[in-house]
Design a binder for this molecule. Structure first.
Ligand code: KMH
Ligand code: ZN
Length: 275
């Protein structure tokens, strides 16, 4: 089995300091949270950024500042900006961070309800456009899927050349509007991707650690962080993203799975070696 790649989704666009005061907003807070997660064992930072008041933004200059601040503290970590941004953002707004030529970026492969009246829009043409733009820049997409139908969409678009094989999937499970995070759901998702793909699982809320354990056991990879869940255990807020990563590292060790460094993650994912 490959070593375990841990992705830390440190900030997100929806979670706020009201949910957990440790959610980072400022560039310094974001860099510190990224550094803590990296020291704990994360090799990928899935990055959303905020203005100082907590408003989510896809502003390229804010991303640039955060990239620089993170790289100053953890030069080898893989930074994976979001192209999902926040519900309601335009395509151009969402795509801004890919102009910074990151190694990876998210590619959300379908539209879904996102709680209440919110709809996270990703039409087929949007996915094709985002996919083509990533191919043109040599960016490896992290194919985010919130339901099984989105895997089917990614598979179709891969065959048509909008996404390069082998794909790397992120099964986001437990969003209010997507697939839930039961073991049978993860088995179904994993069995629906093409042979040779890699995958990670992001369990949302109470699904975070059960899905992490399943991911560790099934040979996948794991995403944790405040974007998905703010609790270390039932009713106990995590003090930092690092605490969530540390818990995954402990679980992985219990099951004999070693943790990948960023360079090992690059190799597993087929990214170019760091210069
Ligand atoms: N904030 C969500 C609406 C991504 O990063 O690509 C979308 C999201 C997905 O977080
Ligand atoms: Zn995200």
């Amino acid at each position: 089995m490959d070593k375990l790649i841990i992705t830390a989704c440190i900030c997100g666009a929806e979670v706020t300091k009201e949910h957990n005061p440790a959610v980072p907003y400022t560039v310094e807070e974001i860099a510190n949270e990224a550094y803590g997660a990296y020291k704990a064992g994360a090799s990928i930072i899935h990055l959303h950024v905020r203005y100082d008041d907590g408003t989510p933004t896809q502003d390229v200059e804010r991303f640039r500042e955060c990239f620089e601040a993170i790289r100053a503290k953890c030069p080898d970590v893989i930074i994976q900006p979001s192209t999902g941004g926040a519900v309601g953002m335009s395509n151009d707004e969402r795509l801004q961070p890919i102009t910074l030529m990151p190694e990876m970026a998210t590619l959300d492969c379908g539209t879904c309800n996102f709680g209440g009246d919110d709809i996270f829009v990703n039409t087929e043409n949007m996915i094709k456009d985002f996919g083509e733009k990533m191919i043109a820049r040599g960016i490896k997409p992290e194919v985010e899927v919130f339901d099984k139908g989105m895997i089917d969409m990614a598979n179709r678009l891969c065959k048509k050349g909008y996404i390069k094989a082998p794909m790397h999937f992120d099964f986001v499970m437990g969003v209010n509007g997507g697939i839930s995070g039961e073991p049978r759901d993860l088995i179904f998702m994993k069995e629906s991707i093409p042979q040779g793909s890699t995958w990670t699982v992001a369990g949302v809320g109470r699904y975070e650690f059960p899905m992490a354990v399943m991911g560790i056991l099934m040979g996948g990879h794991v995403r944790v962080g405040f974007e998905d869940n703010v609790y270390l255990s039932k009713g106990v807020l995590a003090k930092s993203n690092a605490e969530l990563v540390e818990k995954v590292v402990r679980l992985a060790k219990e099951f004999g799975r070693e943790i990948a460094t960023p360079d090992e993650a690059r190799e597993i994912l087929g990214l170019a070696p760091r210069k």
